[in-house]
Design a protein. Structure first.
Length: 324
């Protein structure tokens, strides 16, 4: 028997329990892995709270790293002992060991350790689709990024700067502004005391931006539209402040024939070959040093409830990893 964090009802961090589970042997197309490190992401809160409904009881977590213990029939690209990581997989990462579809697992380069992998896979693959596919950031672009001191934010800022873009980041405090600036943000806006629409207008000389990356949702979305140049795109990839209200699509016409998309990693990485290509590009920018993955907090896996409370209270910055 091994242990996992599970929840039998939706709610706050208190619904998370550390309990014994039986993993079993891998079936066709599956692998059994033993985790060494597991990533924490805001989507875990959405799943735990019921914002993203699922079957109960349930495990939690979509990002982890570890070692392959056994593979099922039909699995040829992995073998026991391989170091692997994943960031686009069925939930269940908050566990000492688990079964997982083998086509979701990515072999780790020797130069990327397990903790770093657990901190970067879901967030890094998210950044890859956002800035290389949803809107392809190019040299000379000025872009707006909300929650610039968060896990996705710190990776996106570095990668976009590496591509030659100027990043404007919104943050909640002066300390977070310093952190964002140290990771590629050319301009930071402390949204608790500054009007980010006005500041974006000032920074861009009235030109505004071609894309806004918004994971905050309810509190920022309509103002994000006001930051866009004609034909601009809001990529709404999260809603940490709550769901966006229903949108009158006529606003998109009035504000400049704008685009809005609600992308997910699961869609972009649904095909194994796409996932492999995305991971290859992520591994390359990390190995080159252009993007540095900083683990700002660690918790024992059994203390997942405390980590969830700290994340929701905005006490964390950058990437958080559970140690197994």
């Amino acid at each position: 028997m091994t242990h996992a964090i599970r929840f039998h009802r939706t709610g706050g961090p208190e619904v998370l329990v550390w309990e014994e589970v039986e993993v079993g042997k891998p079936g066709p197309g599956q692998a059994r892995i033993r985790h060494t490190a597991v990533g924490l992401n805001f989507v875990d809160i959405y799943n735990r709270s019921g914002l993203y409904p699922g079957q109960l009881p349930s495990g939690l977590g979509g990002e982890g790293a570890g070692v392959v213990e056994e593979v099922g029939s039909g699995v040829s690209h992995l073998k026991p002992g391989d170091r692997v990581a994943y960031g686009a997989a069925p939930i269940g990462a908050y566990s000492e060991a688990r079964l997982i579809p083998a086509d979701r697992l990515l072999k780790l380069p020797d130069s990327i350790d397990d903790k770093t992998a657990a901190a970067m896979m879901l967030k890094g693959l998210t950044v890859q689709y956002l800035i290389r596919q949803t809107y392809r950031v190019k040299s000379g672009d000025t872009i707006l990024l909300h929650a610039a001191a968060g896990g996705v934010g710190l990776i996106l800022s570095q990668w976009a700067k590496h591509l030659g873009a100027t990043v404007i980041g919104t943050v909640g405090s002066d300390d977070k502004a310093k952190l964002a600036q140290a990771h590629g943000c050319a301009h930071t806006i402390v949204y608790t005391r500054e009007d980010f629409v006005k500041r974006v207008d000032e920074i861009t000389g009235g030109k505004k931006v071609p894309v806004v990356y918004d994971s905050v949702g309810k509190d920022t979305f309509l103002k994000s539209l006001d930051c866009l140049a004609p034909l601009g795109v809001v990529a709404l990839f999260g809603q940490s402040s709550g769901n966006v209200d229903p949108l009158n699509l006529g606003l998109l016409a009035q504000k400049g024939s704008l685009y809005v998309t609600r992308p997910t990693l699961n869609t972009y990485a649904a095909k194994h070959e796409n996932l492999m290509a995305m991971a290859k590009e992520l591994f390359e920018v990390v190995q080159s040093g252009a993007v540095k993955i900083e683990i700002r907090q660690t918790y024992p896996l059994k203390d997942a409830a405390k980590a969830h409370a700290d994340l929701a209270a905005r006490k964390t910055t950058g990437s958080t990893v559970f140690l197994v």
